[in-house]
Design a protein around this ligand. Sequence first.
Ligand SMILES: [Fe+2]
Ligand SMILES: [Fe+2]
Length: 396
Amino acid sequence: MTLILPTTQLPLIDVFAVEDDSAQVTWRRLPDGHLTALVENNEQDLGASGRPGAAELRGLQPGVTQSVDLLVNGLITAQTSVCTLPATSASSTKIATISDLHFGETGFGLIKQLRDHGAGPDPYPLRCARSAARDAVEWGAELLIIKGDITCDSRPEEWEMFDDFLADVSIPIMAIPGNHDVVNQLGSRDCTEELQRRSLFPQPVTQRDIGGIRIVAVDSTVPGRSWGNIGRWHNEIREAVDTDQPAMVFTHHHLEERPIPCFWPLGVRYLDGIRIVDSLLEANPDLFLSSGHTHRNRMRRRRSAVITEVSSTKDYPGVWAGYVLSTTGVRQVVRRVSDPDSIRWTDHTHAAVGGVWGRWSPGPLDQRSFAHEWTRSYKVSPTRVQSQTPPEVWPI
Ligand SMILES: [Fe+2]
Ligand SMILES: [Fe+2]
């Protein structure tokens, strides 16, 4: 019996991400040929169409809806529209996050596992993570935050794959563990030691300032367990966000939305998470929290706080998240990894769990790409990462 059904159709063309002056379009089924876009009658060359794929529309007008025609070899093949986000302050800094790399994974799916066949020498977790980091750097990210589940079982060869990944990343990195990194199985390495050996995880609550924003990375793992806990670091997190600048808190585990969890996997217990968010808001009303773990994209608000979940690099839709930081607000944009061999695999995983995965994981566009204004006005000018004092051991 298989759980993979032929009922999981994607739209011909999908506007997956929008910013103020650009958008990412992705497709699963376009004829082979040369792809161009007509955006309000301005032609843009997008290269080869192939399938599946992703392309960038540039030079868009901020805050308006624009019609887009996609042409393959000069013939209109798909039509859509793009509603861009409002323009942000010209003075801004960009950072990016990835999560749930799962180095060592060889198949995806609950019962019937999807396998990657013949797409190059690199296994799909490494291929997708590399593509995500490369896209993020090209986009302009100055800092990469890895939000856990770096490995499948914290085995030596999985950490070696992580080293292969790190060798390609040219910007500073912060990293926190996920539940898969602390499985405590026979033959597993100690994740804390592995990260600290690479100078990526100085302490369970790590902070640094960039672009006038306080970045706080929190270890939410419970060794040997799949669920999370951040209550033990309550005081440390509150101290970190108690600052005269907005604060972004990154964890592996999501904060449960309801007292009784209604989907798998389990995250941080509802009362534990909500109690802490309310406490942090007393210290700082401009709070943005983001996690991985669920392998899905969602956004919700609690009072003035924004809480997001961002999905994995290596299963559908296969993404990374970019954040444009400014003194007036933050813009989140979740983009699909664009490398053709990577997006071919992540599109394949759309069919997992009988196609339910492809409908569950992406989340709506306005919960992936959105702008959020801070409640207070800030005078600190955004600073670039390089102007701060990075530890010498960071891989640059
Ligand atoms: Fe994961
Ligand atoms: Fe996880």
